[in-house]
Write a new protein. Structure first.
Lengths: 132, 334
């Protein structure tokens, strides 16, 4: 008998100080029964990939409201891959223009969410991609 | 190549995955533990406990930095936070204070939730420390949930237990209540930059004078364990927990604390202390495994129908629970 839990790393990459959304999402995921590792602000892509590896997470959730997502996300995905963690799903939230949304998805990002996104939707999407 | 071989070779991804398997009670986890056991017994396990917000994570961060810079030791950190009793989820936030340690191949930080277990640690914490031990980490630091009660579990697991206090947590004496002194090998007064440090230190000193803890009480599932502890050698000096003041945000007092930790290890090794702690830990672990396997055998031997039938009699007050157990066990588990 195993007691598996969904483990999610919630990280704020770059110099962006808007942490309200990340905290709201972290709490919502906890309330949905997930284990959320919260790293805090000002994480480099290297720090995020390292934490994802040590914590053996199923999902990496990035919160970016600064506009730097197109620089940060690909680098993080590349590091996850080179660490042998290409199975880890990446979710991004924050201020993401529509045209970037398409490109992020093409890069392999699983879910992208903007202001006002429902946490119920986020929870459902994470559960679906991880368990099934 | 087997998982265990990967772990012994220092593969970090394999290590992370094995920790998950052990945490999830997966059978592969137990298989690996069996293979790794001969490689354990080398690491110094340091427990860090204390009330919420006293600065445990910040202290662990500084201590690990010190060990890396000054002693070039390989450090593993297991940071435990509580699971929500309602949803089973958790937010594990100890890493926030440990960002200085990132990018160092000789440091491995793992966060874990209690998953319903009380006493400041999770069920699988002890087994996870064994994996780090086998993987060649010289020091394994275990940060407990900040509960402020007597976290006996960590004292049972660790060779050296630090209890972290800080000024300004309301009633100082209240915060350092019974139990905590019994488990402390070293008392840390953190937030030494805050007003009231002297009072906290004074309160601790006077409590220490009252209660020289000469013996440790180990509990398991609420029961005191009867374990054979080798007789105290009368030549061995008594260890009285020293008090160390620190400022974890600035690294003040950390070198002194590391010195005390190493003195404590020397003290334990010079007498029977080290081996008696290990003995107790292993006996408790075996006891728990025996209970678990007896329980499994019981479940296999006695059908649910039979169990429910007997229980119903208890519920109707036709028989007592004692008679019920006798009835269920008779002829089964001789
Ligand atoms: C509140 C706020 C602030 C607060 C932040 C407080 C805090 N600690 O978070 C303060 C006043 C400090 C602030 C400062 C600044 N801000 Co401001 N701020 C906002 C504002 C009004 C709301 C953000 C917010 O908290 N929303 C509430 C949360 C719950 O929503 P959210 O973060 O969007 O999260 C949701 C989704 O995005 C998603 N999500 C978010 N994270 C994640 C993560 C995962 C894993 C998932 C799955 C989903 C997800 O789910 C959440 C729930 O729906 C926005 C405008 C806006 N409407 O978004 C501007 C905004 C983000 N700020 C902006 C700017 C420019 C700044 C400043 C640079 C201003 C300045 N010149 O000083 C500074 C920079 C601060 C810094 N150090 O980074 C711009 C950014 C422009 C851009 N990206 O191009 C915005 C868009 C305003 C604007 N229209 O110009 N700001
Ligand atoms: N002034 C001061 N603040 C400190 C010191 N050490 C830690 N802090 C602050 O105290 C707060 C809590 O620190 P943590 O290290 O997270 O405390 P903790 O005991 O691990 O907390 P929990 O794990 O939540 O129980 C943070 O804001 C730290 O920056 C110190 O020596 N002086
Ligand atoms: Mg902490």
């Amino acid at each position: 008998m195993t007691d598996k839990k969904i483990r999610v790393l919630v990280a704020k990459p770059g110099l962006d100080g808007h942490d309200r959304g990340a905290k709201v999402v972290a709490r919502a995921l906890r309330d949905a029964g997930m284990e959320v590792i919260y790293t805090g602000l000002r994480q480099t892509p290297e720090m995020i990939a390292e934490a994802a590896l040590q914590e053996d997470v199923d999902v990496v959730g990035l919160s970016v409201l600064s506009g730097a997502h197109m620089a940060l996300a690909p680098r993080i995905m590349e590091l996850l891959r080179s660490n042998g963690q290409s199975h880890v799903k990446v979710f991004i939230g924050g201020i993401i223009p529509d045209e970037d949304l398409v490109r992020l998805k093409e890069m392999g990002v699983t879910g992208v969410y903007g202001p006002g996104a429902s946490t119920d939707d986020i929870i459902r999407d994470i559960k679906e991609t991880v368990t099934g | 190549m087997t998982t265990s071989q990967d772990i012994l070779n220092g593969n970090r991804l394999a290590l992370a995955k094995l920790l998950t398997k052990i945490e999830n009670n997966a059978p592969e986890g137990r298989d690996a533990l069996i293979e790794l056991f001969p490689h354990t017994g080398k690491a110094h396990l340091i427990g860090v406990t204390g009330a919420p917000g006293t600065g445990k994570s910040s202290l662990v961060n500084q201590l690990a930095l010190h060990y890396r810079k000054v002693e070039d030791k390989k450090i593993a950190i297991l940071a435990v936070d509580p699971s929500s009793p309602f949803t089973g989820g958790a937010v594990l936030g100890d890493r926030v204070r440990m960002r200085d340690l990132s990018g160092d191949e000789k440091v491995f930080i793992r966060s874990m939730a209690t998953r319903g277990s009380l006493g400041g640690l999770a069920q699988s914490t002890a087994n996870m420390t064994q994996v780090f031990d086998a993987a060649g980490f010289d020091i394994v630091i275990i940060e407990t949930v900040g509960a402020g009660q007597s976290e006996v579990d960590v004292a049972r697991l660790a060779h050296t237990t630090l209890v972290v206090e800080a000024p300004g947590l309301g009633d100082d004496i209240q915060a350092i209540k019974a139990g905590i002194l019994e488990i402390a090998d070293i008392l840390v007064v953190n937030k030494g930059d805050r007003p009231g440090v002297e009072n906290t230190e004074k309160a601790l000193k006077s409590m220490l004078d009252l209660a020289h803890p000469t013996e440790k009480i180990f509990r398991h599932h609420g029961k005191s364990m009867n374990v054979d502890v080798p007789k105290q050698n009368t030549n061995t000096k008594l260890w009285i927990p020293p008090i160390q003041r620190t400022i974890s945000t600035e690294g003040v007092g950390i070198a002194e604390l590391a010195e005390l930790i190493s003195k404590h290890a020397t003290h334990l090794l010079s007498g029977e202390g080290w081996s008696s702690r290990v003995r107790i830990r292993l006996q408790v672990e075996m006891e728990a495994l025996i209970q678990e396997s007896l329980m499994n055998r019981f479940r296999q031997d006695i059908s649910k129908e039979k169990y429910d039938e007997v229980f119903e009699k208890v519920f109707q007050r036709n028989i007592s629970p004692w008679e019920a157990v006798k009835m269920l066990m008779n002829g089964r588990l001789k």
